[in-house]
Design a protein around this ligand. Structure first.
Ligand SMILES: [Mg+2]
Length: 144
């Protein structure tokens, strides 16, 4: 493919992506919904005792064991991998695949952490995607 053909493909891809870009209203609705569900994730986790080994002194004074929380994220990703590899049904929601339920667990844990650490993950999803739209195909010369 020559440079001219490559530019045509890139322009076509950019046009498709632009058509999918959320409006400001959609981004606001996403952020508000994400935050509300994230609060549910965190309060449920805390009330079920999963935060008691870490300081819960108040919303701005959390001492979060970040390496532990990241390791727990890894466990959910690994469970998704195993569910996919072995084509398993989920233990708790047997009408669903373990793969998709474990991916949901990854999101739940990220939401939980975002509240515990007062992170703006929801806003960063939008902001990072707006940035990603501007990146060239296979940016940085990546193979996949
Ligand atoms: Mg899980």
């Amino acid at each position: 493919m020559d440079d001219k053909q490559s530019k045509l493909v890139t322009d076509a891809v950019d046009e498709k992506i632009k058509a999918l870009e959320p409006s400001q209203r959609q981004a606001k609705i996403f952020c508000e919904a994400f935050h509300a569900i994230a609060r549910l994730c965190h309060e449920t986790s805390a009330l079920k005792g999963f935060w008691k080994s870490e300081d819960r002194g108040g919303p701005t004074t959390y001492e979060v064991d970040v390496p532990k929380r990241i390791a727990l994220l890894h466990t959910e990703v690994s469970e998704a991998f195993e569910g996919y590899r072995s084509d398993l049904a989920d233990d708790h929601l047997p009408d669903e695949s373990m793969f998709s339920v474990e991916l949901a667990d990854v999101i739940i844990r990220i939401m939980d952490m975002s509240i515990a650490m007062n992170l703006n993950v929801e806003g960063l999803v939008i902001r990072k995607m707006v940035y990603n739209i501007t990146r060239p195909p296979m940016h940085g010369g990546k193979k996949f």
